[in-house]
Design a protein around this ligand. Structure first.
Ligand code: HEM
Ligand code: HEM
Length: 139
């Protein structure tokens, strides 16, 4: 039971990293390197959506599992607070992606999309470490 949440989150992270890898091709083109056709526009959006949906499903499974095991949620301390921060930041990053996908994005908007999404992976890294500690010592 306790492993379902980490597995869904792992799938989300893999999809997110792949989305970021595709996005990098656009970053290069926008700054004069590579060609526009190297960036698979629709594929980036598709994987971005997949990533975002899996992230939410994974998080709800985390809450659900704790509720099932302990009868309450938000008992994991930093892991729970960081989850809220991560969900908030990616929601902003993805919302900017939605704006960009209408084709009216400026360089600055694209850059904000990049910075928010890429830097949130730093918190994801901490979250993974906390998750492993949690799984090993507290459950
Ligand atoms: C549903 C979610 C997402 C949507 C709809 C989306 C949409 C887009 C679109 C349409 C562009 C091209 C913008 C343009 O050049 O006008 C773009 C660029 C980019 N995206 Fe996303 N994206 C999403 C998620 C993500 C995620 C999760 C990451 C990182 C992990 C990411 C990283 C990037 C990067 C690095 C660029 C290039 C930015 C630049 O040129 O400065 N995107 N995105
Ligand atoms: C982006 C990454 C992650 C997010 C957003 C996230 C989110 C959450 C949330 C919201 C909860 C419920 C917390 C509470 O109510 O106190 C939770 C619980 C938990 N998380 Fe995570 N988590 C992430 C990564 C991980 C990873 C990588 C692991 C393990 C390797 C992990 C292990 C756990 C464990 C063991 C619980 C207790 C409930 C359960 O077993 O499902 N988490 N997580």
């Amino acid at each position: 039971m306790a492993f379902i949440h980490p597995m869904v989150i792992l799938l989300a992270i893999l999809s997110g990293v792949y989305t970021g890898f595709l996005g990098w091709k656009r970053f290069r083109f926008r700054r004069g390197r590579g060609t526009a056709s190297e960036f698979p526009w629709q594929k980036h959006i598709q994987w971005g959506k997949r990533f975002y949906i899996l992230l939410w499903i994974g998080s709800f499974i985390g809450f659900g599992a704790l509720f099932y095991l302990k009868g309450e949620i938000f008992t994991s301390g930093l892991h729970a607070y960081l989850a809220v921060l991560i969900l908030l930041l990616f929601s902003i990053g993805v919302a900017l992606g939605g704006k960009l996908s209408k084709g009216k994005g400026t360089n600055r908007l694209a850059l904000s999309h990049l910075i928010i999404n890429y830097s949130t992976f730093f918190f994801v890294l901490i979250q993974v470490i906390l998750g492993v500690v949690f799984l090993t010592f507290f459950l």
